[in-house]
Structures are given as C-alpha cells and as structure tokens.
Design a protein. Structure first.
Ligand code: ASP
Length: 347
C-alpha cells in the first residue's frame, strides 16, 4: 500500500490540548507547573494508528478550568466535526470529569467519540502513565463509540458518570453507578452498554449559566450556610448534597425555603456513590421536596452541576421572558430528561 493510501485509511483524530499534569514540569519551588514543551511526538508509533491533527487551546492546571473554556472546546469539536472521526481532549485529572460532563450537555446529537485523557505523572518524568493514556485514547477515538468518555489507566468510562476517585493510582477514575464502557489491555474491548458511533446532527450549546454551586450538608455542624446563600444575589442555582436518599437537616429548612422563594432551582443529589435520591422516603427529605427542590435521582454531584448550568442556560436563552415560576418548572423538567444516558431512566 502506498504511504498516501495507508494514511487515508487511518482514522482522522483531532487532539485538543488544554494542559494538566501530563504536560507539567517542576518549577523553581519544586511544584508542578504548566510548560510549553511539545510531547505528542514522544509517544511511540502514534502516527501509525491515526492521522493526527493537534490544536493547543491552553496549557493550564485544570483547577483553573472555566465554563467559557469548556465552551471553546465544544465549539472546536463542532467546527471540526465533519472532517474528523474522533476527538481527544488532553486535560488535567482534577476536573476532567467536570469537563466530560459539560461536553455531554454542550454537544447534543454527538455520534463520534470525544475522549478525555491526561496523566497522574508528567510525560517527561520516569515511568509516565501519559504515554499509555494518550496512545489508547487516540486509538479509542477511532473506534465505535458515539459519546463523551474518559480513557484512563485500563478503563473507558462514560464521561457524565465519572469522577476522579484516586489521587495516587493509575486508574484515577471510576464510574460507581455503571460499569466501564470498555477495557484497555492487550486489545481494546468495547462493551455493549456504550453508545455506538452514529450519524446525527450535532448541535452545540455553550451558554451555560456558571452561577451555580454545589454544597453538601455537614452532619453535626451548626453553620447555616443556606442562610448566607439565601442572601447571595449572584446565586442562580444550587446543587445540594443530601445524606442517603437526599435528606436535609431540619435546621436548614427555613433558609432553604428562602432560596426557593427567589425561584432559584435547587437540585438535591445524594452524597452516596451508588443509588438514587428518594426524597419521599423520610420526612427529612420529604420536607425539602415539599418546599420545592427537585430530585437529582442518580446524577453525580459533578454531572448535576453541569446539567443545572445547562438547564438554566437553555431556559434563559430560549425563553428569556418566562415568569420566574414557569422558568423554574422548565429548568426542573430539563433536569429530568436523560442526556447521553446521564441518569437511569425515570418513569
Ligand atoms: N492538578 C492537575 C490538573 O488537574 C492534576 C492532574 O492533571 O493530574 O491539572
């Protein structure tokens, strides 16, 4: 086969670089900092598995990732969508799951792989995991997947179900509520519950409302953080982590009602890693439901935050004149519609 024909048959993969540990080096004080060294060429034989193009969007620690930059990632994917078979986003691990969830809501109708990866160790350090992660991510980006995933260690995980669960090990991510979508080993094995590659019309929506916060309740504490929040004009949405099935301490209820009186959407999620909210099960959850919160069902706190930013953004941009009570209903109904299999199906 001629070189030209060989290249034509390779999947066309766009790598979008945002930084993370994979591209960091120790600075003067010894702490890791972003550096500008190119490293894609350090990964052996990458060009044998894909026809690669690379765009460097940023070199940042993902601690500083922002909603507008997530929007830029989504726009880049949308504008390059027809010319590529798949996408790899190089990203720090700390907020990789958040970006994966955001992209799930930003890119509706996605039918190609968007693969997020990074590393626990800089690629310039001895024994780096980034070599493997990048190699396998490029490979996975050419495969039969049609959703946003995290490819890290020996797993492929649904992006909107993932969280960083290990600071130390090379399998840094887990998705406690659903099994991995694939396994990376001697070969790459994709499992049946993935969303396969499909043709569809990609639509990009990036006008998320970032004025959303996640706070879990704290057992034994007397600090009424909801009272402070109820007076905080910037707040436009709250994801509240409740105990177990979504239970909220009684002493917070008065302040929660003040927030809801302002028609601020409040989504109660469980702080547990498995299972759903069932607010009706205990009076301490039912009181919150009767006050006007909505259930996060089995959304992780990370996905709930991104989905709430999306739902508020969609509602405000599509129906700016809705009365506040109607807007709240619209936001709550968007929260319950599954997007990219982010929640288990509800009745
Ligand atoms: N702090 C780093 C980041 O998120 C951690 C990593 O990439 O592993 O950018």
């Amino acid at each position: 086969m001629s070189r030209e024909n060989h290249e034509k048959s390779l999947p066309r993969i766009l790598i979008l670089d945002t930084g993370g540990t994979i591209s960091q080096k120790p600075g003067n004080g010894g702490a890791l900092e972003p550096c500008s060294t190119d490293y894609i060429e350090m990964v052996p034989r990458l060009h044998e598995i894909a026809d690669i193009s690379l765009t460097r969007l940023e070199r940042m620690d993902s601690t500083d990732m922002t909603t507008p930059l997530r929007g830029i990632i989504a726009e880049k994917i949308a504008e390059s969508y027809e010319d590529h078979d798949g996408f790899v986003v190089l990203h720090g691990t700390d907020t990789m799951a958040d970006t994966a969830a955001a992209l799930n809501y930003m890119l509706s109708g996605l039918g190609k792989p968007v693969v997020l990866t990074g590393a626990q160790l800089p690629i310039f350090a001895p024994g780096p995991d980034g070599m493997n992660n990048l190699y396998y991510s490029v490979k996975v980006a050419g495969m039969d997947l049609g959703e946003v995933v995290i490819c890290f260690g020996d797993r492929i995980l649904r992006g909107c179900r993932s969280m960083k669960e290990n600071v130390h090990g090379f399998n840094a991510f887990g998705s406690s509520r659903i099994p991995p979508l694939g396994e990376l080993g001697v070969s790459v094995r994709l499992l049946d519950h993935r969303i396969p590659r499909h043709r569809g019309k990609l639509r990009v929506f990036t006008k998320f409302d970032p004025r959303v916060i996640y706070l879990p309740v704290t057992s034994g504490s007397t600090v009424n953080f909801l009272e402070q929040l109820s007076q905080w004009q910037e707040l436009q949405g709250l994801v509240l982590g409740g105990f177990g099935t979504g239970n909220i301490p009684t002493f917070l209820m008065g302040s929660l009602k003040k927030i809801l009186k302002r028609h601020i959407p409040v989504v109660v999620v469980t702080t547990c890693l498995r299972g759903d909210t069932i607010l009706d099960q205990y009076h301490v959850g039912k009181a919150a439901k009767d006050a006007g919160v909505t259930e996060g069902i089995d959304l992780s706190p990370i996905a709930a935050v991104q989905k709430l930013m999306y739902a508020i953004g969609v509602t405000r941009s599509q129906s700016p004149d809705l009365p506040p009570a109607e807007a709240l209903k619209r936001i709550y109904s968007l929260m319950r519609i599954p997007v990219g299999r982010d929640i288990s199906l509800v009745e």
